[in-house]
Ligand binder design. Structure first.
Ligand SMILES: [Zn+2]
Length: 543
């Protein structure tokens, strides 16, 4: 199986001025740290609109006279007030999503403050959620409203005012969602604190007790039935499971969702304990395929065991994100492979443990065929860059880890590295450099050459080889000269065993036993990510 290996990096997807502004960490946004969001939002399903108040609490990181928050231009800001809903009203100016204003008095370094925004409007409707996201306004088969939001690429400011930068997670959040009192339920992340009926409306108050990245803060409205379950974790803690499914699917869901406990158990065993015990865990039936909304996973996979008849892909993948994506979040989507690639590799680790190595390999080889190598795995910083059409952050990301595992030749070290990376960065934002540092520190060797190739270049190493007079000549092309330690497995026709080779940019050779075929070579595609080309000139160039 050959790996596609284009000669030059592809062009980046166009990033709009709106997203450039949104992603730019200017001084107006870098000057403060958000500690808490309090969302108090009412939904009008018929009008596809929402309205309410949002409180943003922050701490000044430097003296500030002016600052910026973000809100999509579809949404009208009715009031902006300082310190409380009745506090001084603040004038503001808007460009795209950037809302810029001077505060009534200078906020000193270390000082806490709060902003209160009253707003309303019709938020962006998702074209193709969750990939091209926004809000979703659907009806179930019984014509009940069925609502949700998915905004990983678009940013949370498509539906509420916030400091919409991926590197600033609040420490906790409260969401009060108000809907007509007609039997439907509004679900948020974390735990349900209160249900209140007043004036023909019903409000549901949810609390998240942990840091949460903003695209994970979410809502679901629907004719939901709650399914309670419990799980005892690897360290003996009890985790409350409270799934919410459409009434018509209750029977199916009760049976199907039992499996998620197995998903959680294996991930806990492999990566370490689930990070959000106080918030519980739930799957919520969503009007789109899925999303890793922290402790409130969007589930829209129609109760299928679509992975080899054994597992539900959405349950397996999205619950895996609780470790990589939610507990650990990429500080910038440039490093989103840390979320998608490690979670995708986690699927194969899960399959390996539950069903054996051959099914895990089948899974990985399926992903290998999808690798495009159009662009480096690590994307441009500061652009909120995440191109869903290019799945390399998933599939190549998984293969970078698989390749590293073979390179280390030591599974306990490999898993210790990922467990340590998880534990040390849990409830924080992080980046690729942190992972590379963890690999170098725990292995006691420098793997910069490895990550330089696989994360920051779009091509994968290309092996050029020739068999002549029972000798295999080989070398890497299109790699840095420092790339000379990667171990690959090669199998030659007529020879029983795999050869373990460590090529370099200089031509190397190895003698083959008599009877070896001259041009039939198969490579250890199950272990390492690289491409290969035969050549008829290497023997002549060898010296
Ligand atoms: Zn994912």
């Amino acid at each position: 199986m050959k790996v596609q290996n284009p000669s030059g990096p592809g062009k980046l997807e166009e990033v709009s001025e709106e997203m450039r502004l949104l992603s730019n960490e200017n001084t107006l946004r870098a000057g403060y740290d958000v500690t808490f969001y309090n969302l108090d939002i009412a939904f009008d399903a018929r009008g596809k609109s929402l309205s309410g108040w949002v409180e943003i609490r922050g701490t000044a990181l430097r003296d500030m006279d002016s600052l910026q928050i973000d809100l999509h231009s579809n949404l009208k800001m009715d009031e902006l007030r300082f310190q409380n809903r009745k506090g001084t009203q603040i004038d503001f100016s808007r460009k795209y999503r950037a809302v810029v204003f001077a505060v009534p008095q200078r906020i000193r370094t270390g000082e806490k403050f709060s902003l209160h925004v009253k707003y309303h409007g019709k938020p962006v409707i998702a074209d193709n959620p969750p990939w091209k996201g926004g809000t979703v306004w659907k009806r179930d088969n019984n014509k009940n409203a069925w609502l949700g939001v998915a905004c990983e690429t678009e940013g949370a400011s498509v539906w509420f005012p916030c400091k919409d930068l991926t590197n600033d997670e609040p420490d906790s959040a409260v969401m009060r969602y108000t809907i007509p009192d007609n039997g439907l339920t509004a679900v948020g992340n974390g735990t349900l604190e209160e249900v209140k009926v007043a004036g023909g409306n019903r409000s549901f108050t949810w609390r998240v007790h942990y840091p949460i990245n903003l695209y994970n803060l979410t809502y679901y409205v629907g004719d939901f039935v709650k399914i309670e379950d419990r799980y005892v974790g690897v360290e003996g803690d009890e985790l409350q499971l409270s799934h919410y499914v459409l009434r018509e699917n209750e029977v199916k869901a009760r049976e199907h969702f039992k499996k998620v406990k197995e998903n959680i158990r294996v991930y806990e065993e492999v990566w370490g304990p689930y990070a959000f015990y106080r918030d519980g865990f739930k799957l919520v039936e969503s009007p789109y395929a899925g999303m890793e909304h922290q402790s409130a996973i969007a589930y829209g996979n129609k109760y299928k065991l679509d992975l080899y008849g054994l597992e539900d892909y959405i349950m397996l993948h999205e619950s895996g994100h609780e470790w990589f994506g939610n507990a650990i979040s990429a500080a910038d989507l440039a490093d989103v492979w840390l979320q998608e690639g490690i979670t995708t590799y986690g699927e194969s680790v899960y399959l390996e443990r539950q069903y054996g190595q051959s099914i895990a390999l089948r899974h990985l080889l399926m992903y290998r065929m999808m690798i495009k190598n159009k662009r480096p795995l690590v994307g441009p910083v500061g652009l909120r860059y995440f191109d869903f059409k290019d799945g390399d952050v998933y599939v190549k990301g998984a293969w970078v880890l698989h390749t590293l595992r073979y390179q280390l030749q030591n599974d306990s070290l490999f898993f210790n590295i990922l467990r340590t990376f998880y534990q040390e960065n849990s409830l924080k934002v992080t980046d690729s450099k942190q992972l590379v540092n963890t690999v170098n520190r725990l292995s006691g060797e420098n793997y910069d050459w490895f990550f330089e190739q696989y994360l920051y270049r779009n091509t994968v190493p290309l092996l050029e080889y020739q068999i002549e007079n029972n000798t295999l000549y080989y070398r890497w092309i299109d790699v840095d000269t420092a790339f000379d330690k990667l171990r690959i497995a090669v199998k030659i026709e007529g020879v029983d065993e795999f050869y373990s080779l460590i090529p370099a940019t200089a031509i190397k050779k190895v003698s083959l036993p008599k009877g070896a075929g001259t041009d039939v070579v198969s490579f250890g595609n199950s272990y390492t990510l690289f491409g290969y080309n035969s050549s008829n000139k290497l023997s002549g160039l060898y010296q």
